[in-house]
Design a protein around this ligand. Structure first.
Ligand SMILES: Cc1ncc(COP(=O)(O)O)c(C=O)c1O
Length: 386
């Protein structure tokens, strides 16, 4: 069967092979510690689980919702986004999707044409690059110059623009670096791009995990409706990865078009998941904030431990739960991650998975590993890398 080159050329990141190998090692009796997964350590809020349990008794839960999602969930979400990140929005500007990745592909299908260029400040989130390629567009890597803070600026993006640029993707806070977009820099990026008629697709999956100050949203810029689309999810904030529920925030007329894509793809996000998400938004919007102290403790331990390993550098970033660690002399992070797994029984993600500019680095997630696991992981990293 003919498979088009835009699909053949997509490279799957090595997450699955690493996890499969880790499972084999575990089955053989080894204690493997995963610093690979972008997950929080806590469970979903009880309000969400209870709402889903109660809903299972009601017949309506087995049907579809309207394409853009439950009206009450859209209304509540718009209200929370207004309060939490100062976004001027209404329920009609919010569409419920089957997670952030689905919101991203829906935005691309709605707004991008084949051959358009989409700029990804790098290191980028791997699935963004894959989705751009799958859409038949061209992903342009724009390396972030500041390799300590990984704070993206207009100067990183401007050189990558051409007359074919249709969109710039912000990942704020960033997976893989944990760097938030600074309000001043972000406002300039949104405004400069608006002046050039270029879209901003802002993935704000980690909006609840900002430890210094407040999350800055691309949709908080006055006039955001001209060129900003924001993507969010219940996966990380509310630890509801498998529920597959997220959202897309865009000017209502853009949502009206995106709903066609949603209808063709999945009709609506899973009804039971929307009911659970609605309870989380109504009763537990600030639930993720109660875990900040624990996450900061993990970040401090990791920073302390890594700081003692010669040839390894990481400046802790102030959001998310990732350490994007540079390893001196590493020119093949894929091989390094394989060796780390075989020899030290630690899963880490090779930096090269996040673009060419990530080569020489490893992404370590401190979101899901237990406190004890982190101590052991640091000991093993010290032995292996030291
Ligand atoms: C930046 C970013 N966007 C999107 C996703 C996917 O989220 P979802 O589970 O909502 O599709 C992830 C998951 O790791 C992520 O890190």
């Amino acid at each position: 069967m003919h498979i088009p080159s835009r699909i053949l050329e997509i490279e799957l990141p090595p997450f699955d092979p690493l996890n499969v190998r880790a499972a084999h090692l575990r089955a053989a009796g080894h204690e493997v510690i995963s610093l690979g997964q972008a997950l929080p350590f806590y469970p979903p809020p009880a309000s969400a689980v209870r709402a889903a349990q109660a809903a299972l008794e009601r017949p309506g839960v087995h049907g579809y919702t309207t394409d853009p999602g439950r009206p009450e969930l859209r209304r509540l979400l718009a209200e929370r986004l207004r309060q939490h990140i100062g976004v001027e929005c209404e329920a009609d500007d919010v569409m419920i999707t089957a997670g952030a990745n689905h919101a991203f592909t829906t935005a691309l299908t709605t707004l991008i044409s084949a051959g358009d260029e989409v700029v990804l400040p790098a290191p980028y989130f791997t699935n963004h690059q894959m989705a751009v390629q799958a859409a038949g567009a061209v992903a342009i890597e724009a390396p972030v110059a500041d390799r300590d803070t990984y704070s993206v600026t207009w100067n990183d993006i401007a050189p990558a623009l051409t007359d074919r640029t249709r969109a710039v993707v912000l990942c704020n806070p960033s997976n893989p670096t944990g760097a938030p977009v600074n309000a001043e820099a972000g406002t300039r990026i949104v405004s400069e791009l608006a002046a050039r008629g270029i879209l901003v697709i802002s993935d704000e999956t980690y909006l609840h995990f900002v430890y210094d100050g407040h999350h800055w949203s691309a949709a908080s810029v006055a006039g955001w409706r001209r060129n900003v689309v924001v993507i969010g999810t219940f996966s990380k904030s509310f630890a509801m990865m498998g529920w597959r529920v997220g959202y897309l925030l865009a000017d209502a007329p853009v949502c009206t078009q995106a709903i066609k894509v949603q209808d063709a793809m999945i009709i609506c996000a899973p009804t039971i998941s929307q009911i659970a998400a609605e309870a989380a938004v109504r009763d537990d919007w600030n639930y993720p904030l109660t875990f900040h102290a624990e996450l900061l403790d993990r970040r401090a331990r990791l920073s302390d431990g890594l700081g003692r390993i010669a040839g390894v550098s990481w400046m802790p970033t102030s959001a998310g739960f990732f350490a994007f660690v540079r390893v001196d002399g590493c020119t093949d992070s894929n091989q390094l991650a394989l060796d780390l797994l075989e020899e030290a029984h630690i899963v880490a993600i090779p930096g090269a998975s996040f673009g060419r500019s990530g080569e020489g680095c490893l992404r370590l997630s401190y979101g899901s590993v237990s406190g004890d696991g982190l101590v052991k992981a640091i000991e093993r990293l010290t032995r292996f890398l030291g």
